[in-house]
Write a protein that binds this ligand. Structure first.
Ligand code: NDP
Length: 321
């Protein structure tokens, strides 16, 4: 077992973790990023990215994350190919984490950037057609379905917002929900029912995503959740919007979370309840969930980490005198 000591320990390697690392390294905190099971995070499983500022042309999600990783390394971040399996936050700074490799990581500040995962239906065709008609993010991919026929699956705020967003690109949006009542906020429902571009389809579950001859999504096989009757819907794009799950298993009982498992932070900051522990990106944000907002909160975490360390080091100096 090796112990890796740093002033700034970052868990997670999406835009939030890498941005925290870039700012942290430039502030001399010599960060360590423990990258986790999916280095680069959710963007590594998307294809075209058109909404990350700074690029005139369409870029690829995995390429963008590779650039962020290299930039973080270039300014002095150490990347670790390891997955944290245990954290010890008791007693305050320094904080300890144990990796899958058996190595120990000790940081004066801890930045949690473990992200979130879109929930999937888990039915045939869904995974295979990811990026070929099946997506979990209308804001990211809706543009590619301009003038085409699309469906959104789900009945919560995300599903309704995605359906409304898609009307910017498509005049033919079907919202497929497994019940006959939405759980989304009333104001969103009103907007949905007012739109002549959205058709709600009640009591239907998607059983299979089916490819056409070109290998891209062509139709959905549906089943009625009340009668059991089977049907089909031809679509070019389908957006699964049945919620996200934040990766916060490690912090259960150690940090406060909301009902959805998202880490709670002081409003408008990345500060958790424990001084020196910061959370940024999708792990603390179920509303915006964009690469650019995650990068923004990563930057905020690094700036607050720097201030925390300065206070800590000043106090230690005072005590020594
Ligand atoms: P929710 O958990 O609120 O809704 C998930 C929806 O997906 C539900 O309608 C649920 O159906 C459906 N669903 C779940 N599993 C399946 C399945 N296996 N098959 C078919 N349908 C399924 O998730 P959201 O992402 O919509 O929202 C998460 C949180 O984020 C909420 O607190 C929400 O309010 C918040 N949010 C807020 C926004 C805002 O304020 N503007 C925007 C987006 C999200 P059923 O209803 O039958 O359970």
């Amino acid at each position: 077992m090796t112990t890796h000591r740093t002033r700034m320990l970052i868990i997670g390697s999406g835009p939030a973790g890498y941005s925290a690392a870039i700012y942290g390294a430039r502030a001399g905190m010599e960060p360590i990023v423990v990258q986790g099971l999916q280095p680069g995070g959710q963007l590594t499983i998307t294809t075209d990215v058109e909404n990350y500022p700074g690029f005139e042309d369409v870029i690829q999600g995995p390429w963008l994350m590779e650039q962020m990783q290299k930039q973080a390394e270039h300014v002095g971040t150490r990347m670790m190919w390891d997955t944290i399996v245990e954290v010890d936050l008791e007693g305050g700074s320094p904080f300890r984490a144990i990796g899958d490799s058996g190595d120990e990581y000790v940081g004066d500040v801890l930045v949690i950037a473990t992200g979130a995962q879109a929930k999937w239906l888990g039915v045939p065709g869904e995974q295979e057609l990811g990026g070929k008609g099946v997506s979990a993010c209308a804001t990211c991919d809706g543009f590619f379905y301009r003038g085409k026929k699309v469906a959104v699956i789900g009945g919560g705020n995300t599903a309704v917002e995605e359906a409304l967003y898609l009307t910017n690109h498509s005049d033919d949006v079907t919202l497929i929900h497994r019940r006959d009542e939405l759980r989304s906020e009333k104001i969103l429902q009103e907007r949905l029912f007012k739109s002549d571009k959205i058709t709600p389809m009640w009591n239907k579950s998607v059983e299979r995503f089916v490819a056409g001859e070109n290998g891209a999504l062509a139709k959905l096989e549906l089943v009625d959740t009340v009668t059991g009757e089977k049907s089909e819907l031809e679509v070019d794009g389908a957006f699964v919007a049945i919620g996200h799950a934040p990766s916060t298993e490690l912090f259960k009982g150690k940090l406060p979370m909301d009902d959805g498992g998202y880490l709670l932070v002081e409003a408008g900051t990345p500060k958790t309840e424990i001084p020196g522990v910061f959370a940024c990106g999708d792990v603390m944000d179920h509303t915006y969930r964009q690469a650019v907002t995650a990068a923004g909160t990563g930057c905020m975490a690094a700036l607050d980490a720097e201030r925390f360390l300065a206070t800590l080091e000043f106090a230690a100096k005072e005590a020594a005198e």
